[in-house]
Write a protein that binds this ligand. Sequence first.
Ligand code: NAD
Ligand code: DAU
Length: 335
Amino acid sequence: MQNILITGGAGFIGSNFVRYLLQKYPAYSVVVYDKLTYAGNLDNLRDVERHPQYAFVRGDICDAAAVERAIAEHKIDTLVNFAAETHVDRSILDADAFIRTDVYGTYVLLEAAKKFGLRYHQVGTDEVYGWVEQGSSRETDPLVPRSPYAASKASADLLIGAYVVTHHVGATITRGANNIGPYQFPEKVVPLFVTNAIDDLPLPLYGDGKQQRDYQFVLDHCEAIDAVLHRGVIGEAYNVGTGHETYNIDLAHAILKLLNKPASLIQHVPDRAGHDRRYSLDVSKLHALGWQSRHAFAAALEKTVQWYVANAWWWRKLKSGEYLAYYKKQYEERT
Ligand code: NAD
Ligand code: DAU
């Protein structure tokens, strides 16, 4: 493993992973390949853009010729795929880009992995298990996705399994719970609530707010991907999370408390269609690989809130243009 292509590396988790890899493995060359959709942002990578072991290529993972060109030019031996359409609410408004990027794009990358003999890692999601009413999901559980986003990610996982068995592609999958931390696009609940609260704007809480998510710190997720990339068994999937869930209503109160803002900013709005009320992961398989989450929920949230308070330069310019049009459609026109 020497030359790593990070598809979707200009997004939230991908950019954190790029920074993590460059620090931990000085001998690796890291090439980001990213289409720069509304969620891709070169500001996320500003502090590494002059690093001698880093390069950036703008491209679409659905463009097979461009993907192959990047792999050949940079002598890539390993591909970690973060590229995806990632926001559930947008997949409910329009699923087209989700099917193209998350399903067809994964197929294009798998074909390239087959052709060039690459080690392939897919950054997957716990949403593929669907609503977990009781207990916790294990990697062998059936995939029962319930949103167009989750269905597109489950389709990718199934394609990967097929390429391992049929074409002997050296692939692994991680299925992560909700990440929080620096550089998350302010459509996702934590940066949305934090940046709204800073500006004394309402926090739009879906339904009764009694939905549960396992909010984990993004660097813990990066360490987990590293562990699976280097020590995971080919053909296997690994769940990644703290193993503890938080109610959204408690998340909203915790954010307001950290920012010293009143609870009256919480505004209950109509629920998300098909909203999964609970995800819960059994992470024992990843623990057996030697990985442990380093941040419990409270510590992860505090670090995250502090970062958004200190980095208004990063998020203020994102809350304009297309974002405001989306916000209006998602929140004002629905209420
Ligand atoms: P993000 O939305 O912040 O970033 C996605 C990146 O992919 C952007 O840089 C975007 O420009 C790029 N991209 C989109 N379509 C592309 C295409 N066709 N070709 C090339 N690049 C393209 O996403 P994120 O939150 O960082 O998530 C990264 C990955 O992790 C995704 O695969 C997501 O499903 C998965 N995941 C996310 C979470 C989470 O909580 N955010 C949890 C588990 C898994
Ligand atoms: O579980 C992993 C997944 O986590 C990733 O695969 C997805 O890419 C990522 O977007 C995230 O999906 P969620 O739908 O869980 O995240 P989101 O931040 O959109 O919502 C988190 C919870 O907060 C969910 O129960 C819905 C609720 N919510 C969200 C928004 C945007 C609100 O109550 N109000 C909101 O305005």
